[in-house]
Design a protein around this ligand. Structure first.
Ligand code: ZN
Ligand code: ZN
Length: 262
């Protein structure tokens, strides 16, 4: 079995269950069939940490980007600097995470929009997909994505919690949809319906660790090894085996991020 955690923050995970060692945490995931990890950047200061983790591990990649809640002023983002970071190593396979989060911070919507748009433009310029964080900002997110897909933008809506209509609209733009441990939560019935309606060839799975640990580990600090629980839940909802789900989502990941097939 070969599964990929398409979104994790390896520089922030709690290592107490792994003898204080990131290597051990990754080994625990590898022992369960996890063959790759995308360590996601949240701001410019964070980039050197995620790149160094990716450079130290053959099965880890990273991204470069600014999270919508990172409190960065859009006008302070030097696009050419972000472009340099995104092109600084083959290990950097995506721009992000970036996007719009009106659930936690609707007041800064105008700034979030222009920060997001600048990063979409960079993604197009460097020819790498974008990792999109979107929460309660459906219209604005889709509108901005649609502005850049004609320029070659591709990407993923990560930790998806929105409606089926939004997922379908993003898929129409060539995007992928990534599901996290939230789909295992007891009150996530509507989201499980979204999963049931998603075409298998557009699905990715992720932990978003250290956040959002899946059932039965809910409340604990999330670990990349628990991407198996997320994948098992998706497999059950789609009525396929875990092996098949792993094969397809790993393939999807490699297609989206322009990596050679294994
Ligand atoms: Zn996010
Ligand atoms: Zn994240």
């Amino acid at each position: 079995m070969s599964l990929i955690d398409s979104h994790c923050h390896l520089d922030r995970i709690d290592l107490t269950e792994a003898e204080g060692s990131l290597e051990t945490a990754l080994d625990q995931a590898r022992a369960r069939g996890v063959s790759g990890f995308l360590c996601v950047d949240i701001d410019l200061d964070n980039f050197k940490d995620v790149l160094s983790i990716a450079e130290q591990h053959e099965d880890v990649w990273c991204s470069a980007g600014i999270h919508p809640l990172a409190k960065m002023k859009a006008e302070d983002l030097d696009s050419s600097h972000l472009k340099e970071l995104a092109l600084s190593s083959d290990k950097v396979i995506a721009v992000g995470e970036c996007g719009l989060d009106y659930y936690y911070d609707a007041e800064t919507a105008p700034n979030q929009k222009s920060l997001f748009e600048k990063q979409l433009a960079v993604a197009c310029e460097v020819g790498k997909p974008v990792i999109v964080h979107t929460r309660e900002a459906r219209e604005d997110t889709l509108e901005l994505i649609r502005r850049y897909t004609p320029k070659g933008l591709s990407g993923v809506l990560h930790c998806f919690t929105e409606s089926l209509e939004m997922a379908e609209a993003a898929i129409d733009e060539g995007f992928y949809i990534s599901f996290s441990g939230i789909i295992t939560f007891r009150n996530a019935g509507p989201l499980r319906d979204v999963v049931r309606n998603m075409p298998l060839d557009r699905i990715l799975v992720e932990t978003d660790s250290p956040y959002l640990a899946p059932v039965p580990y809910r409340g604990k600090s999330n670990q990349p090894k628990w991407v198996v629980e997320v994948a098992q839940c998706v497999a059950d909802l789609k009525g396929v085996s875990l092996e098949e789900l792993s094969r397809v989502t790993t393939n999807n990941f490699r297609t989206l991020f322009n990596l050679p097939a294994t």
